[in-house]
Design a binder for this molecule. Structure first.
Ligand code: HEC
Ligand code: HEC
Length: 213
């Protein structure tokens, strides 16, 4: 009995080691693919550069998105921006890239479910429009067209972007910002502006009217 148990443990352990090995291999392959297919815009280490591509390496972003979401965005691209659809890379390669991107933060995916299940915003689009013009438009463009408008921020007022994200995603990003980018947090006394919860909801509700058309 004991000997069988020990043997079982050895088998389980060997299996775990080989799984971890396969994971590492996927991540390494993903990094190579990232360098060929994504680095030009998203930059070394996926750290991003205004006008080219967003940072995919910060923990605020990586913690609120799932592997499935990342896969989908890579497959479909983001309509109306330079983020290209890359379904042609194939399922296995896309999985490898996702595994590399997720390896950039130990928090990857940890809040994805919670954030996706947050309630939709119910604010005042009119007041959100004024707040957007005063606070967000300098970087994201007057109607949220992003880099096209010459600012440092990506497109957030376009249908292509809005179709891909939940209100929880937008809400969390406004409240927490993205470390190591120009997107600082808009909550608390240290924020770029200390927006109240209501003001934040107003801005999200306005964005949902798809200002960029
Ligand atoms: C030609 C430039 C370009 C290339 C190449 C490119 N991207 Fe992007 N990507 C962008 C831009 C620009 C955005 C922001 C879109 C917007 O304005 O909403 C983006 C957004 C994203 C997003 C959504 C996250 C966010 O912050 O909006 C993910 C995930 C992503 N890219 C992953 C990748 C991966 C992985 C590759 C390589 C397989 C890749 N991209 C290749 C330009 C590019
Ligand atoms: C100082 C410039 C600046 C201001 C002001 C600013 N942003 Fe941003 N924002 C950015 C940049 C740069 C990014 C992309 C960060 C990155 O590289 O990942 C971003 C990203 C975002 C994203 C995520 C986009 C994505 O592709 O995932 C949202 C949502 C957002 N900002 C909303 C807002 C809102 C709402 C406001 C106004 C309250 C605002 N931002 C004000 C610069 C700014």
């Amino acid at each position: 009995m004991n000997a069988i148990f020990r043997m079982l443990m050895v088998l389980v352990f060997a299996n775990l080691v080989s799984q971890a090995g396969a994971q590492d291999l996927g991540t390494r392959k993903g990094k190579e693919l990232f360098e060929k297919k994504c680095r030009f815009c998203h930059q070394e280490g996926a750290n991003g550069k205004p006008g080219f591509g967003t940072s995919l390496s910060n923990k605020e972003f990586l913690s609120i998105v799932s592997a499935d979401w990342l896969r989908k965005v890579i497959e479909t691209g983001i309509t109306g921006t330079t983020m290209p659809p890359q379904k042609k890379l194939g399922d296995e390669n896309i999985r490898a890239i996702v595994s590399y991107v997720q390896s950039l933060s130990p928090l990857s995916g940890t809040r994805a479910k919670e954030v996706a299940s947050q309630p939709p915003s119910r604010g005042n689009a009119k007041s959100g429009k004024v707040l957007f013009a005063n606070i967000c438009s300098t970087c994201h463009g007057e109607t949220g067209t992003g880099y096209d408008a010459g600012g440092s921020g990506p497109a957030i007022g376009t249908q292509g972007f809005l179709n891909l994200v939940t209100d929880g995603y937008i809400r969390t990003t406004i409240k927490e910002g993205r470390s190591n980018t120009m997107m600082q947090k808009f909550s608390g006394p240290a924020g770029l502006a200390n927006l109240s919860d209501r003001e934040t909801e107003d801005i999200i509700t306005y964005l949902r009217t798809v200002p960029a058309k």
